[in-house]
Design a protein around this ligand. Structure first.
Ligand SMILES: Cc1ncc(COP(=O)(O)O)c(C=O)c1O
Length: 504
């Protein structure tokens, strides 16, 4: 057992920042001496004194043998891995490296269709061929959940030669699929399970939170420490356990996708976020869970509002009493409030909350608003959130027809048809990325090869990926999502007047 009270990286950085010397190295502001006064006015001077390069005492991120290695070992113990790498380019670079380290050009990887764009970047960089598995989809709430063991098993039987299985755990909504069963299936086929746990860095620190990916059997997991814990934006970690992952390849891949000038402010924030959680994690998470529970209870009592829970609203699954295997646990610190009962879209509610009521959500979708409740939130924040929703409901009283109205327009009818089409991948995402492309009016793109991601919200599942054939059904689906008030992300023209396609 290591002494988790230590912060070797922070301590050494502090000593270097305080040691008087004439600096003839990067960065050019020389420990804040040359920094613009307007920046000092906002941030103060101390932070710039610690903005140092890889001085001898500060170790080297890509050949760690000193204080970075010590800090990574402490993190490995605290998060339950065999080896941990600190990341300065977000989980984005960790996910890219995970794919690069397990798949070469032409290798297959099984992954959910609702992956984050960093996984698509990993496909482009590696040249891997995606075998997409559709996630479970709650058609009433219009939310995509996790892939299920049975969907994965079908893909594994069809593609036993794939090199890895990749899953998102939890989803942006805090929804967790059956990761134990998924890990065990991947291992039966001798494949490693790679996990995008960007939103689950806090799971290891409280028994009432969902099981962490590593404890459930994942071989590799990537966590945005900055998203739910106390690290600076971009500061993330990649953890590995067991022997299914080649650790040398991870180190090599991380060198490809990260800066050779890693920020020590970010690295030190990883060291201290780990210390904070190792020492106070359970207490901090108990308080966070308590705050989240209070917000859930009080908001769900406001007429016209409901809160995403493990037995979702009147969904077909819940009605028939069958638990969705794409939703077996919920991170209760993630709060998704359905506002469509007020006759408002999530987008409209977000604007009112943000601009008139002083509350800012993480993101909005057609029917919902999602809030991240973390160790940084206070009782006062929760009070403000509940008051804001109370006022919102008073100014937009529940409309019995409204919820049904939005639901009737829900995309699920179309959704069912969309992915009956089977495998539409024509060339690999990498080939599509490097191909000559052209931008065409959308009506002229049917049967052409798509050169960009086209992802509607809701439900946040890409309808088109680079390398896929554009079908009439896909375009019709996108048009209907737009007419419902949804928005399209991932592509250059979000109005969808035009689409980028591969030139013939
Ligand atoms: C599910 C998911 N995976 C990965 C990422 C990328 O994480 P980062 O912002 O740390 O690069 C995000 C970011 O929003 C995400 O939501």
């Amino acid at each position: 057992m290591l002494n988790q009270n230590q912060t070797p990286l922070l301590d050494t950085l502090k000593a270097c920042a305080e040691r008087p010397h004439a600096p003839f190295y990067t960065p050019g502001h020389k420990r804040g001496q040359g920094i613009s006064q307007s920046l000092v006015d906002v941030f103060g001077k101390t932070v710039f004194q610690a903005d140092l390069p890889e001085l001898t005492e500060l170790d080297n991120l890509f050949a760690a043998s000193g204080v970075i290695q010590q800090a990574q070992q402490l993190a490995s113990e605290a998060f339950g891995s065999s080896q941990t790498w600190f990341l300065v380019n977000g989980s984005t670079c960790g996910i890219e490296a995970a794919i690069l380290a397990t798949c070469g050009t032409g290798d297959k990887i099984i992954l959910p269709r609702n992956v984050h764009s960093s996984a698509i970047a990993g496909l482009v960089l590696s040249g891997a061929i995606p075998i997409f598995v559709n996630p479970e989809y709650d058609s009433v709430l219009d939310i995509a959940h996790s892939i299920t063991p049975s969907n994965l098993e079908a893909a594994l039987r069809q593609h036993p030669d794939a090199k890895a299985v990749f899953m998102v755990y939890p989803t942006y909504y805090g929804v967790c699929g059956d990761i134990r069963a998924i890990a065990s299936l991947a291992h039966q086929y001798n494949m490693p399970l790679l996990v995008d746990e960007a939103h689950g860095a806090h799971f290891a620190f409280h028994p009432q939170l969902p099981i962490p990916a590593l404890a459930a059997g994942a071989d590799l997991t990537v966590q945005s420490i900055h998203k739910t814990l106390g690290a600076l934006t971009q500061a993330s970690m990649l953890h590995v356990q067991g022997d299914r992952i080649d650790r040398e390849r991870i180190s090599k891949a991380l060198q490809l996708v990260q800066s050779t000038s890693p920020s020590y402010l970010l690295l030190a924030s990883l060291d201290t976020a780990r210390q904070q959680m190792a020492i106070y994690g359970k207490e901090l998470m108990s308080r966070t869970l308590q705050l989240a529970e209070e917000a859930r209870t009080r908001i769900s009592q406001i007429p016209g509002l409901s809160v995403l829970d493990l037995t979702p609203n009147p969904s077909p699954q819940a009605a028939s009493g069958v638990k969705s295997l794409g939703f077996i646990a919920l991170d209760r610190t993630r709060l998704t409030v359905t506002v469509s009962g007020l006759g408002l879209t999530g987008f409209a509610a977000e604007e009112i909350l943000d601009q008139q009521l002083g509350v800012t959500a993480e993101f909005a979708s057609l029917q919902h608003l999602t809030f991240i409740i973390s160790l940084g939130n206070t009782q006062q924040d929760i009070e403000q959130l509940v008051q804001a929703f109370t006022k919102l409901a008073m100014t937009s009283p529940p409309k019995s027809e409204a919820f049904l109205g939005i639901q009737e327009k829900s995309s699920h009818v179309l959704w069912d048809n969309l992915f009956m089409m089977g495998d539409a991948m024509c060339i690999s995402p990498r080939e599509a990325f490097f191909a000559a492309t052209e931008i065409l009016p959308i009506q002229e793109t049917t049967e052409r090869i798509c050169a960009e991601i086209v992802c509607p919200y809701p439900p946040g599942i890409p309808v088109l990926m680079p390398g896929e054939i554009i079908t009439h059904t896909a375009l019709e689906y996108l048009r209907q999502i737009q007419s419902m008030g949804g928005f399209i992300s991932g592509c250059a023209d979000s109005s969808l007047s035009t689409l980028k396609v591969v030139k013939i």
